[in-house]
Design a protein. Structure first.
Length: 266
């Protein structure tokens, strides 16, 4: 009769050890606080923010940025951020620390395929939904799958967006079109090959950040919460890679958002 409770106790202890091990690895690591002399030219853009998906990764990224005062640019899928209270509360907390909300389409649709009027409608829907959930007026548009067309600029102007962030592969940096500033992602955190994410090494990423700063005067690093997951578990190796990247980059530069960077370019 006493065996079952003992086994249960053992299981509880094992889970406890597992969790505390995980928490030690996942706890945010402090960044040196001397931001004054460092150029504020590095943006971390997190795409595909949505209710309940890749949840541990989304919440971890938000918590890490809040604790370490790294203002993330959060590319939110507005149709899919409505009911996950913990996620929404974490985004609110991040906003108070300087994070930014941007529209990642309305429902992660392909804007390249949409007519001007359809794009206008989706951008209006995105803006009003983000305003009602977060009380902010978004000005930054992050086209899903990096795709957009010439009508996108006219649609953005009509609705009141002033900054577009796609990818350097598809968009010239600092290019203005119809008064819209383009700030493409210049560094991708991983390569997506044959349906899986390959996270780049810290050295590879640091090199790309430096090259981007040299070439364009800033770096926009794009990442996805999916990249931090290994099936349904958060991937501790990726957390270590990310914290180490952020710590090293943070010694040289300070972090900003797309909206803030856009103001310096206008
Ligand atoms: Zn996306």
């Amino acid at each position: 009769m006493r065996i079952v409770p003992l086994i249960l106790l053992g299981v509880v202890i094992l889970i406890g050890v597992g969790l505390s091990g995980r928490l030690q690895v996942s706890e945010p690591v402090g960044i040196e606080p001397d931001n004054l002399a460092k150029p504020s030219i590095i943006v971390i853009r997190v795409d595909d923010i949505q209710d309940y998906a890749f949840r541990d990764a989304q919440l971890w990224l938000l918590r890490y940025s809040r604790v370490n005062k790294i203002p993330l640019s959060l590319a939110i899928i507005p149709e899919l951020v409505v009911s996950d209270k913990e996620l929404i509360a974490s985004i609110y907390d991040a906003l108070r620390e300087g994070a930014e909300v941007s529209a990642h389409g309305w429902s992660h649709e392909d804007f390249y395929k949409l007519l001007l009027e359809e794009q206008v409608q989706r951008l209006i829907q995105a803006r009003s939904s983000l305003r009602s959930v977060f009380g902010v007026n978004v000005t930054v548009f992050v086209p899903p799958m990096f795709k957009y067309n010439n009508d996108t600029f006219a649609a953005m102007r009509k609705v009141g967006y002033d900054t577009l962030s796609s990818s350097i592969d598809l968009q010239k940096p600092e290019h203005r079109f119809d008064e819209v500033v383009c700030l493409p992602a210049t560094v991708e955190y991983s390569d997506f090959v044959n349906g899986t994410w390959r996270i780049k090494s810290v050295d590879e990423l640091l090199l790309e950040v430096d090259l981007s700063v040299e070439s364009y005067g800033y770096a926009v690093i794009v990442l996805h919460p999916q990249e931090f997951m290994n099936g349904s578990e958060i991937n501790d190796d990726v957390l270590r890679n990310y914290t180490s990247l952020v710590n090293i980059v943070g010694r040289k530069y300070s972090f900003t958002t797309l909206g803030e960077l856009s103001k310096t370019i206008k």
